[in-house]
Design a protein around this ligand. Structure first.
Ligand code: UDP
Ligand code: MG
Length: 332
């Protein structure tokens, strides 16, 4: 007993303080950010140095930048042991870059995803940590003022509206990728094998104790947003097709509607033909019948879609459920 006590006391000696403190890894996706990385690094170091009871790691994921971002990251890594880097072989897109970053972290107590262009203010990090320390597993952020074009704003609005309405995840408009994940959430994220990725959606799908922090996004420091219309549409499609069967079911619904109305129409035509003396040409009957058959075909496609939906669910192999906590289990 005594020996144990002495040992554990020795363990808490100041020299081991660093080992005792919690480790936080910042995951920073980088695509052509050569003009921003240093400023980002300065701003972030200033913030994390204030929080000295944590151990910090800055993990830059170079997503196939065409400028010298990777050289700058390597220089930083030489100067500062907290800086780490991964260089992807080409541009895979932000979602994949975030995944690559998340998958190479295995000993952090929490990770924070943050953009390199200072649009996700590092000054918010202490607040994210404070909420995490309160016991939240996911601390997400909501962006208050968005300086995007009218079209992008409207598009975003429509996207969130449809996604919330027709998918099985609850995702807040204006939520960003700037978020903190507890290691518990991260380890579940590692089990996700799906290839079409909408990162925020996956995290929102997981549940866990979650809270939001608001911030106002400044303009991008240097350069332009690399998200063009095509990227955003692709992201929206990925989100939809991975979390909602609605697009597949549309055909089915349309088919059923057509069947319903053509049946009404045929009934009316027959009725008025027999009892009201109206005369329809054979061609008219043929057109209505044809439309009816069209409805049948669409409904059948909708039905097939349901089966494809099941296949999709099997193929993505998402965990069936996620255990948040256990009590009283032997090796819990
Ligand atoms: N980014 C990336 N790969 C890409 C596009 C962007 O890693 O293909 C990174 C980029 O370097 C930045 C973050 O993702 O750190 C957000 O990109 P951006 O500022 O262009 O998007 P926005 O702020 O307009 O959403
Ligand atoms: Mg940005």
């Amino acid at each position: 007993m005594n020996v144990l006590a002495t040992n554990s006391n020795a363990f808490i000696s100041p020299t081991n303080q660093a080992e005792m403190s919690k480790k936080i890894t910042l995951i920073i996706p980088v695509y052509n950010e050569a003009d921003n990385i240093n400023a980002f690094y300065e701003a972030t170091s200033a913030v994390v140095e204030e929080l000295d009871n944590y151990t910090w790691e800055l993990l830059f994921v170079n997503d196939g930048s065409k400028d010298n971002s990777w050289e700058i990251i390597k220089q930083l890594a030489q100067r500062d042991a907290r800086v780490k880097g991964i260089c992807l072989s080409r541009n895979f897109g932000k979602e994949i870059a975030l995944t690559a970053g998340a998958e190479s972290v295995n000993d952090a107590d929490a990770v924070i995803f943050i953009d390199a262009d200072l649009q996700h203010p590092p000054a918010l990090i202490p607040e994210l940590l404070a909420r995490w320390e309160e016991g939240f597993h996911i601390v997400a952020t909501l962006r208050k003022n968005i300086q995007y074009s009218m079209v992008r704003k409207l598009g975003a609005k429509l996207f969130y509206h449809l996604l919330n309405r027709f998918s099985n995840i609850d995702i807040k408009p204006n939520s960003t990728d700037f978020r903190l994940l507890d290691k518990k959430v991260l380890s579940v994220l590692h089990t996700f094998e799906e290839r079409t990725r909408f990162f925020r959606g996956m995290i929102d799908w997981m549940g866990f104790k979650k809270t939001y922090v608001e911030f106002s996004a400044p303009d991008r420091l240097e350069g332009n947003s690399t998200f063009n219309f095509r990227n955003l549409v692709n992201l929206a499609l990925a989100a939809f097709t991975s979390f909602s069967l609605f697009p597949l079911k549309i055909a089915g619904y349309l088919g059923v509607t057509i069947i319903f109305f053509t049946m009404l129409l045929i009934a009316y035509m027959l009725f008025s033909h027999c009892f009201l003396g109206e005369v329809y040409t054979i061609l008219a009957y043929f057109v209505v019948l044809n439309t009816f058959l069209f409805g049948v075909v669409l409904a059948a496609i909708g039905l097939i879609a349901l089966y494809i939906g099941h296949i999709h669910t099997e193929v993505v192999k998402r965990p069936l459920y996620i255990v948040q906590e256990e009590v009283g289990l032997i090796d819990g």
